[in-house]
Structures are given as C-alpha cells and as structure tokens.
Design a protein around this ligand. Structure first.
Ligand code: 13P
Ligand code: SF4
Length: 331
C-alpha cells in the first residue's frame, strides 16, 4: 500500500510538535507543506519566534545552520543537507586569506569590518562575528552596509561579489573584487570576495534586451545576486520576498520578466510573467528535497531516530550568533 505523504506529514507535524520551514526556491510539492515560508531573513526571524521544539528545514545547509545558531535549543533537521554552491566557495581559511590580502596592502586588521552574506557557513559567520562584523541578507544589505560604514572602517564583503558590487553601486561607493584586476583595498570602500551564485549568473543583459525588444514596455525585475551589468539594466532588484511583492503590486496587464530561481518565478502570477532566461534556471541543491524526503525526516522524529540533524559546535554557535544578532537588531 502506498503512503499518502501529505496526510502523514500533517499528522506527524501535529503529534510531534514540528514546524516545517521552506525557502521560496523549494519544489512546489515541498513548499505547499510548509508552516513557515519566506526569504532568508524572514525564515531566520520567524524560526527564532516559533515555539515548536523541532524544525524541519527545507532549503540549503546554511539556512538550517542559521536556525540552529539563532535558536540552539531547537532540534533542526534537514531532509537534504544540500549545500548552496555560493556558500561553498568560502571557508575559514579563505576568509583569513582575504583579511590578509587587505592587511598586506596597507589596511590594518582593526580597520576592517567584515560583512558576510547569510549564504555562508556558520564557521565563516563566526569569524566575522569575532572581528566585530555582521551578517546580511539580500533584503537588508543596504541597511547593514550603511551601519558598517558608520564604523569608519573598510568593509570586507564575503562571499558574493555581485551583492557587494551591486550595493556599492547603489550607495555610490567604490568597490573592488579580490583577484579581479587591480583591487587596491586602500582605494575602495567595499572589498569583495570573489564568490558568486551560478544560478543567478545565468541571467544576462542579452536576455534583458531580448525581452525589451520582444515586449516593448515590459519590466525587468532581478535578484541582487545577478551580475552588476544585469542589475543596472533592470528596472528593479530585490530579495525573493521583495520580488514577489513587486510583481504582486503590478497591474495585471503589465508584463514582467523576472531573473531569479525557476520554482519561485513559476509560482508567481500566471499571466504576463516570464522567466528572464532561455534556460530553466533551477538551483540544483534547492531542488534536491522531495516530498518523500520530507516525510522520511518527519517519520524519523516519530520513530525516535532523527536523521540529518544540524550540529554546530559551541564556539561557532557563540560567535555566529553574535554576527546574526547584530543583523537582527538593525532590521
Ligand atoms: P533571499 O534572501 O532573497 O531569500 O535569497 C537567498 C538565495 O539563496 C538567493 O539565491
Ligand atoms: Fe545558493 Fe544560488 Fe542556490 Fe541561492 S540560488 S541557494 S545562492 S546556489
């Protein structure tokens, strides 16, 4: 007899006190089962406020880790401990190298304020916290960078070079990318690590030109993980939640092409909404989690043998928490 995953998931959630959380990029079948959905910032906030002892997080590794760091008393499981490709581009040693890069070029360590995009491992967040820095997400990066600048220090922004450059441009600041051309930290306000999201790199200015020529008057909305040339050619850039709000507020007849992950764009209004690409821009790791995986994870709680539990050591929790809380206090 086949298992009705949906009703089993609902049953176990209630009986075991489990909150299911899903990022917007999750498959529809998984997304529909979630109690909490949102962009990275909303997920972090709402998980912190949630009272259930168990969280089953459908997303990528750094997101589940962030819940564990913010609320260490919770048991956090992930149906798939899938790693965000961008988060994987930096670890503690690359972070140290980036700090050294700046020190060797004349910026003393005490004059560096690191900011890490939430798409990073807890160990990187901890290093950032230890240096007095903060976490940011795509929805609050402007405010966090502004706050960071009040220190009068140089900002080391990791790991997403696009987010760093895009906000520098929006704020009228000078930026450079370590390893790309001449990057003199003394001449820049924001010094970016050379990481990126391979999914958001798929969107190009040619795609924008294609849509503008084909549908005169169309609007272009993109995520700030896109290349700076793409963001500057677009009409709007924002986090996943901000993109949803932007599209929802449009006149139903207004055409819009959206540059972010396929599952999210596909879930937006049916009419007059296009994926800004000739490819299907799916995040491979976000797509790993299936309804069956979600069921198995919940069942493991009921059976008293939890699988894929997120464990973060005490030192990392302490300092990553400080970096995350500094962000939450500002927002
Ligand atoms: P949001 O903060 O907009 O949810 O983005 C997370 C992410 O991974 C985008 O690729
Ligand atoms: Fe990471 Fe890009 Fe996937 Fe977002 S879309 S989770 S940044 S790989």
């Amino acid at each position: 007899m086949s298992i009705d995953y949906r009703s089993e998931i609902e049953r176990i959630k209630k009986s075991q006190g489990v909150t299911v959380v899903a990022h917007f990029y999750q498959r529809d079948e998984v997304f529909e089962m979630a109690d909490i959905t949102g962009d990275s910032l909303e997920l972090a906030r709402r998980c912190k406020a949630d009272t259930n002892p168990w969280v089953v997080f459908c997303g990528v590794g750094f997101m589940g880790q962030s819940v564990k760091v913010i609320a260490p008393e919770k048991r956090v499981l992930m149906p798939k401990i899938a790693c965000c490709a961008m988060a994987r581009m930096i670890d503690g040693s690359y972070f140290d190298e980036s700090v050294n890069y700046m020190v060797e070029r004349g910026v003393p360590k005490e004059n560096i304020l690191p900011i890490t995009y939430i798409n990073s491992d807890a160990s990187v967040k901890a290093k950032v916290g230890e240096m007095g820095g903060m976490v940011c997400t795509s929805s609050n990066a402007y405010k966090i960078i502004q706050k960071g600048l009040e220190s009068g220090k140089k900002i080391l922004f990791v790991p997403d070079r696009c987010l760093g450059q895009n906000f520098a441009h929006e704020m009228g600041l000078r930026s450079c990318v370590i390893g790309e051309g001449e990057c003199d930290p003394k001449e820049a306000d924001i010094i970016c690590f050379n990481g990126f999201c391979s999914v958001h790199q798929l969107f190009t200015v040619d795609d924008i030109n294609f849509y503008r020529e084909r549908y005169p008057g169309i609007l272009i909305a993109v995520h700030p993980e896109c290349d700076p040339a793409v963001v500057q050619a677009a009409d709007f850039a924002g986090s996943t939640s901000q993109l949803i709000k932007y599209v929802d507020a449009l006149d139903p007849e207004q055409k819009v092409a959206v540059g972010t992950e396929y599952n999210l764009v596909n879930r937006m209004r049916e009419k007059n909404t296009y994926v800004l690409s000739s490819t299907k821009p799916e995040c491979p790791t976000m797509n790993e989690t299936t309804l069956e995986d979600l069921y198995r994870t919940l069942k493991s709680i009921e059976d008293g043998k939890p699988i894929n539990e997120i464990v973060v050591d005490e030192h990392t929790v302490k300092w990553a928490n400080i970096a995350l809380e500094r962000m939450l206090e500002i927002q």
